[in-house]
Design a protein around this ligand. Sequence first.
Ligand code: ZN
Ligand code: ZN
Length: 420
Amino acid sequence: MTTCARSSRRSYSPATLLWAGGGTMSDGLWPFCPQPQEDESLFSWFTRVAHGNYLTTVQLQRSVLEGSIPAPRDLDRFACDELIDNLSRHTGVSVERIHHMHYGRWAGQMQKKDDGRGVLPWLLPVLKGENRSPLGQPFCPHCLAEDDVPYMRLTWRLSFTPMCPKHKIPLERNCPHCRAPVMVHELAPGINLDRCVQCGEHLGHKTPKDREEWATLALAGQIGLLKAANTGKTSLGRYGAVASTDFFFVTLRLLQVLTSRTTALPLRAHIASAVGWSIPPSSIPRLRHLHRFNFRCRAILVAMTWWLLQDWPRRFVGACRASGISSRDLLKRRQPAPFAFTDPVQRYLFRTADMHEAEEAERNSRTYSVAWGHHRYWKLDGVSPGVRAAAKIAARMNGDSVGSWVDQTLREKLERDSLI
Ligand SMILES: [Zn+2]
Ligand SMILES: [Zn+2]
């Protein structure tokens, strides 16, 4: 299949489209009103509604949103009451059901408010404009391969749910054939949501994957965090019940510490050794923006964060002490933090500037990588300069460290040749 599935925006015009009954898109029920699937995201359902009525996603957005919109809008994040009322009136699906299909259903649970600016910590961006390049819609290839009606789940968009709970594999966001980011809203009407917009191939596949050592803890972490978001009932060990926004603040802070340039390696090394994992701490890149991690790295980070959150704050304090992490790494001067976080940090991990400086020097002198190869790109030693440069770019595009990307690429090649 080589047909390009990208939409042709000149072919249809919602303003002039007339139906058999003589009405336009603004009258009564639309001709095709599919029911939302279980856990379907609003953006996914909206795209299926548009396609069923011979429109592209953007064309239907222009007809239901006031004024003209120059670019597609991420409806999983920006679905206003007016749009939801409009959709309900034209599809017969209740307002409550539609409201439940977008990120707004968790309003006030994970963060106090969304001012509409920037990237949210808990919702992965998918469109162009939110980033320099689009990251793509997350999906589980096994789920798409099994779906009678292919659709995208809302929970795949959450940044703390990097694995499919049903198939227990990391999600993906690039086409397995051409590696293009998955852009569902750019598909032409009549093309199913399990097709790549670039090459037209199927996104779903059932290639078996080995269960990795961190998978169980990552799944426990994402299930626990999703339960906290859904119920709003959250507690932090010794501090008992806490507001869910405080719970997610602490979770985000731990994720930041696990990806920070100065604290990530010793803390990851400590956790990996405590849990008994063989992954070297440097196999996950230290990226400033959490949404840029690929799903494998994100799953390992969720697993580590969940491990730190248990038995709060005993395990967290022990890990920070063992890793030389102090209050000066953990507390930001201008950012107020919940009591359940500041109290253990000030009580057990407080350091003055002088003490901190000595500890940081000691921390920097340690090596946290495996015994062989100390410099950053040692796995590319002996590789020709051209391939070496391309491999660095490919790893970065994949949100991976070079070492882990080399491992994965070699594994794929060896599996294809039936050598492992
Ligand atoms: Zn799945
Ligand atoms: Zn493709």
